[in-house]
Design a protein around this ligand. Sequence first.
Ligand SMILES: Cc1cc2nc3c(=O)[nH]c(=O)nc-3n(C[C@H](O)[C@H](O)[C@H](O)COP(=O)(O)OP(=O)(O)OC[C@H]3O[C@@H](n4cnc5c(N)ncnc54)[C@H](O)[C@@H]3O)c2cc1C
Ligand SMILES: *[C@@H]1O[C@H](CO)[C@@H](O)[C@H](O)[C@H]1NC(C)=O
Length: 796
Amino acid sequence: AAMEAETTPVRQQHLFNVQKLQQYLSSRLHLAPDASAISVLQYSSGQSNPTFFIQTPERSYVLRKKPPGPLLPGAHKVDREYAVQKALHSAAFPVPQPVLYCSDTDVIGTEFYIMEHVKGRIFRDLKLPGLSAAERSALYVAAVETLARLHSVDVASLGLAGYGKGAGYSKRQVSTWTKQYRASAHRSIPAMDELSDWLSNNLPSGDNEVTLVHGDFRIDNLIFHPTEARVLAVLDWELSTTGQPTADLAYFLMPHYCPSHLGVISTLGGVTEIEGIPPPGDLISIYCRCRGLPPSLPHQNFFIALAMFKMASIAQVPTRDPRADEGARYLQTAALLSISVFWRRAKFIVASVGCLSCLRFLSPLAYWHSLYPGFLNYLRSKGTFRKGFSQLGLPQSDKEAFRASFKECLSLFQQITEYYAKHTDGPQRWQTPPVLEELKAKARAAGLWNLFLPAVSGLSQVDYSYIAEETGRCFFAPEVFNCQAPDSGNMEVLHLYGSEEQKKQWLEPLLRGEMRSCFCMTEPDVASSDATNMQCTLQKDNGHYIINGKKWWSSGAGNSVCKIAVVMCRNKTADPNNRHGQHSMILVPMDTPGVRKIRALTVFGADDAHHGGHLEVHFDNVRVPASNILLGEGRGFEIAQGRLGPGRLHHCMRAVGLAEHALELLCQRSASRQTFGKELYHHEVVAHWIAESRIAIEQTRLLALHAAHTLDTKGNKAARKQIGMIKVAAGRMATKVVDCAIQVHGGAGVSDDFPLAQMYAYARTLRLADGPDEVHLSSIAQMELRDQLRRTAAKL
Ligand SMILES: Cc1cc2nc3c(=O)[nH]c(=O)nc-3n(C[C@H](O)[C@H](O)[C@H](O)COP(=O)(O)OP(=O)(O)OC[C@H]3O[C@@H](n4cnc5c(N)ncnc54)[C@H](O)[C@@H]3O)c2cc1C
Ligand SMILES: *[C@@H]1O[C@H](CO)[C@@H](O)[C@H](O)[C@H]1NC(C)=O
């Protein structure tokens, strides 16, 4: 696996006059007068500057030159390579010792320089096959330590102060690689332009750190000691300059984030499964420790995306690999770009391996799944495991890694299900299973936490929609990331409308996942789909409020750590003509005297204890401090509008994930059973169900994403109609798709042997919870008519 770099006879287009070179070198290198001719071989890997192995009777050297023919502006500056190596060598940094530089193009046709040949190991395959785990680890550590050392070199004292332009490196890189791509690509690639724009618009702030940067720091540009884990030389300084060192580190780590079937560069996709190779998080810590920095990679997403952009841009240069035809190059570029799209979306990717299993699950891209196998994959693959493989087209090594961690996630899932099965009637069912608490801790440590709240996660609603969709596949997934209803909605309310004191007391522990909450609006005695009907009363009394009334369907109230209720109340003495100004929302600690949990309602017979149940709760002369009111008296409707915007949308995206899961099960079942001489899917009606389901799912997802985009760009108010529309569409769609899946499963479909019955119950309630369809339809119609009227008015 390890080898001396491969050489071949000098290629036709690179031939030069060896005689002339020998004459030039003989005095300068003190070649013995009687020496036989020097021999010249070409390295196969001279990426952009052709590189040659020169053997004289005494020693071996390496020669690097400009390529022949017309060149891209600013590239191939071999004099710079020579200068930087000379300076670094004087500082005892591991580079091949430079011997001489020749600017005289008469000698071999272009400028060139000569350096010593370093003997050692070069690894073309970044996975370091054939080594023990310990050796792999040691080599990676040596590599990243060398990088840290490079970045610690004092540029000024080496006389390299003017070597590059210094601060503002990121910006220059974006423009350099954009120009390179435009100069060499055969046609414009929209995704590439888009990524370039994104990078320009998301430049890291304070891009002032300046060190020497290598620009192409990879394992295969290093020569390791023949037996020890030591870097003898760092090669290929063509792209070196002064600028932001983080870019070098991100570039070095990039292969960790690329699926291994990408042909452009040799990648480490799934590397964490390769024994010994340290995960990115460890490499980052080592690097930071060497440089005395806190262990993180600032602006990681930007720099990884930049690294991918750079690779994609380099991949456009037609001469780079004459064997790759244009189509192949285009495909490779597209693949790189789609990963970088992922990076843009996941603004907070964490390098910690501890939670890689959770990470995997963030991706909207199927092949990303080859990277981070893990427990949430189970949700995707319950029973669809085999099919998943053929769809992903993963290489064998990834499949095995995938399979191994699949077992792990299967066992996690089983532990959680068993917990609930064991405690169906016991009080423990209202508690969170210990294994789930462990997962929460992992997710939290990895920063995969409170993803639903833009202010905390940095995600847009569109970003989060993709995540919500994935979590919709499994009933406990949202909780792992502290994104479960109704807490997410309540946290949002507190975040938007809570006083500083309320935030401190209630929002913070909720954000930490230490307690739970419930939302009490619906009442047993009045038709609550018209919220102005709400009867529960609120009276002021000497610095306190007194609450009296009955609520039901308070989801989550049964949870053993449900500590706080957001209660919608009405002011009996308010002006009856002000229909939307009579209600207030108030915070009621669940342990306040007078708060009584009456019973857990059931949904089609199930008490939903894993969601904290849906409780009937009575409030009898419950006294809370006046400071518990949210926003102010009479402002309940205002809050309700704010609360239900994003929260509703998240439900809808989860419904899309749920429907995807149901359709997977449907397809599987229809392929595995036969009636009347053919597979179920050969019956046209089943085939049509499959097609109709696919259409409905895609329509719904797009509608939801559009609503999310409107929320992001125009705000809650402007998105109201869209959110109403998706609320109706998602519930109907999920109910219909799950219903078809049940039908295809026959009797098994309604049993607990499959998750479909549970899924159906959930999907069906979506048409009621957060307001029944009919109410939404009425307000959509109202808004539509209003919009039409406005349009007509505008025309007139
Ligand atoms: C699983 C689940 C969880 C829930 N969680 C919560 C929670 O955490 N907190 C909470 O406060 N509530 C919760 N709810 C309650 C839910 O929001 C209400 O059930 C819903 O708003 C309807 O109110 P209602 O049950 O009083 O029905 P009603 O108001 O009695 O309405 C009954 C039916 O009347 C019809 N209808 C109503 N208005 C119109 C109209 N304008 N045009 C035509 N037909 C109409 C609709 O078909 C409606 O379904 C939950 C419900 C379920 C099923
Ligand atoms: C109820 O409304 C009356 C009249 O508007 C007002 O004076 C009083 O403060 C309100 N009380 C509550 C608790 O909202």
